[in-house]
Design a protein around this ligand. Structure first.
Ligand code: NAD
Length: 469
């Protein structure tokens, strides 16, 4: 079946937007979304939609991104179903009041954390994983009892179209709405009042989102980007290291927020690593990479030109082949680029891998710490001391030891950035908590009334309270 490509919405229907948000808000106010069965029905809707429309979604991602079917399954379809299933299994426990300990001076009493829905959430998504980055935040928001307005990316219009045309049929239409379109639609949505904004995208637009949210003091989760480094230790197994880095860099043609952006390695291993990365890519895709069905394409002409421009004046040790017509760019190794060139001053978000020579691990750590805190950091080493040094002296949203990308997958690992790479966490319980107000309540019986804290503040009361509080 051919995926439909809707025309981008150029006209922003603000009235319709306002009415839709009001409709969703009154659903929340009616109390319907608090019901755990209602929440489960929405999670089931997400799972059924993804299952029923797997073929259309895979085809749409192929149209948008030249995405190989297996990559679409791993990163978008299978992962979204797994996460929604995991949340469905656990969310009743997360939604139940959580017991908290109380100081003896407050007894007799009980303390509970009572998670409650925030209200109407706005979810703005990017194009690179156009199914996963829509459905996983949605599963968290519904599990926490919220209504949702979704704005998928206009840069992946075929996938946005399949979602916009079909997902609403699986959900409560008074608690879910989709607005397609680009920045003009986002801007109009951001002008409205929300109870939470969950944004995945670039750091630059993240700043715009946070500024808009500040006007209404709306809480935000910002899942942003940046340059995620790889540090290769002198004792790393270079065959395995190269395979894993090569896979993480060429998956979805490098258009992954946590893709290895660049590699820091000492001179001892640099040339061997370059050879082994080249061998790994050749073993994945053959010598004519553009003919491989297993290698994706750059999403748009603008991004293709941006990436090809990054190669200007660089020393290319592997790849560098490109074709504007098909938006093909082969996996490419650039050696020791100038640190002020765009390939090192901007997030690459494509299949170019700079290799930077450093003197030793401490120099690699300094290199990372001299730059904004990354979304992910990867270290390859056998020596525990090297691994510990890197992990304890650097800060990143997350990462892996001896692999790349994998930390996105486990539902029990909170996923998010730090500093310029974002704020807030999701996946599993972290996502549920992100979309909840964790209300703290102390409950006291009428019996056992103590006058200790009431005036007059006598010496005796002061002594006692200083001891127990
Ligand atoms: P983007 O910031 O350009 O766009 C993201 C969303 O914001 C889109 O829906 C877009 O329509 C909207 N938007 C664009 N300009 C806007 C504006 N001026 N005002 C309001 N909204 C606007 O990002 P992108 O190109 O879609 O995605 C790539 C970026 O996203 C990369 O930086 C990548 O690292 C990051 N990313 C982060 C994660 C994560 O989980 N942390 C995941 C995927 C992508």
């Amino acid at each position: 079946m051919t995926a439909t490509v809707p025309a981008p919405t150029d006209v922003v229907e603000t009235d319709q937007m306002v009415q839709t948000i009001e409709r969703l808000r009154s659903t929340v106010e009616s109390g319907r979304t608090r019901s755990l069965d209602w929440r489960e029905a929405q999670l089931d809707g997400i799972i059924r939609f993804t299952t029923d429309f797997t073929d259309e979604l895979l085809e749409a991602m192929e149209t948008d991104l030249g995405r190989p079917g297996l990559e679409g399954w791993i990163a978008d379809i299978g992962s979204s179903i797994n996460e929604a299933e995991y949340i469905k299994k656990k969310f009743r426990k997360w939604a139940a009041p959580r017991k908290a300990k109380l100081n003896v001076a407050l007894q007799p009493a009980s303390a509970r954390i009572m998670p409650e829905p925030l209200g109407v959430a706005l979810i703005i998504a990017p194009w690179n994983y156009p199914v996963n980055l829509v459905l996983e935040p949605m599963a968290a928001a519904f599990a926490a009892g919220n209504a949702i307005v979704l704005k998928p990316s206009e840069i992946s219009p075929a996938t946005a179209g399949v979602i916009a045309q079909n997902l609403p049929d699986y959900l409560d239409s008074d608690a879910f709405a989709v607005f397609e379109g680009g920045p003009e639609v986002s801007t109009a949505l951001l002008a409205e009042k929300w109870d939470h904004i969950f944004f995945t995208g670039s750091t630059k637009v993240g700043q715009i989102v946070m500024e808009a949210a500040a006007k209404n003091l709306t809480p935000v989760t910002l899942e942003l980007g940046g340059k995620s480094p790889v540090i290769v230790g002198d004792d790393a197994d270079l065959d395995v290291t190269a395979q894993r880095i090569a896979w993480g860099k060429s998956f979805n043609a490098g258009q992954t927020c946590i893709a290895p952006d660049y590699v820091l390695v000492t001179e001892k291993n640099r040339d061997a690593l370059i050879d082994k990365l080249s061998e790994a890519w050749t073993s994945f895709y053959g010598t004519e990479i553009s003919a491989s069905d297993d290698y994706g394409r750059v999403v748009s002409d603008r991004h293709h030109q941006r990436l090809v421009g990054m190669l200007d004046g660089q020393t290319v040790a592997f790849g560098g082949d490109h074709d504007g017509e098909t938006r093909f760019l082969s996996p490419t190794i650039v050696v020791d680029p100038a640190l002020d060139s765009t390939v090192m001053s901007e997030e690459i978000f494509g299949p170019i891998l700079p290799i930077i020579t450093v003197d030793n691990i401490d120099a690699a750590i300094r290199f990372v710490n001299d730059r904004p805190k990354p979304l992910a950091l990867y270290v390859f080493a056998n020596d525990d001391d090297v691994v510990d040094r890197v992990l304890s002296r650097t800060s990143s949203g997350g990462g892996c030891v001896n692999h790349v990308l994998l930390h996105f997958s486990p539902s029990e690992l909170p996923f998010g950035g730090v500093g310029a790479s974002g704020m807030g966490r999701y996946h599993g319980k972290s996502g549920f908590d992100a979309f909840s107000n964790l209300k703290g309540i102390v409950r006291k019986p009428f019996r056992g009334e103590s006058k200790l804290v009431y005036p007059p503040y006598t010496d005796g009361k002061t002594k006692l309270l200083r001891k127990f509080l």
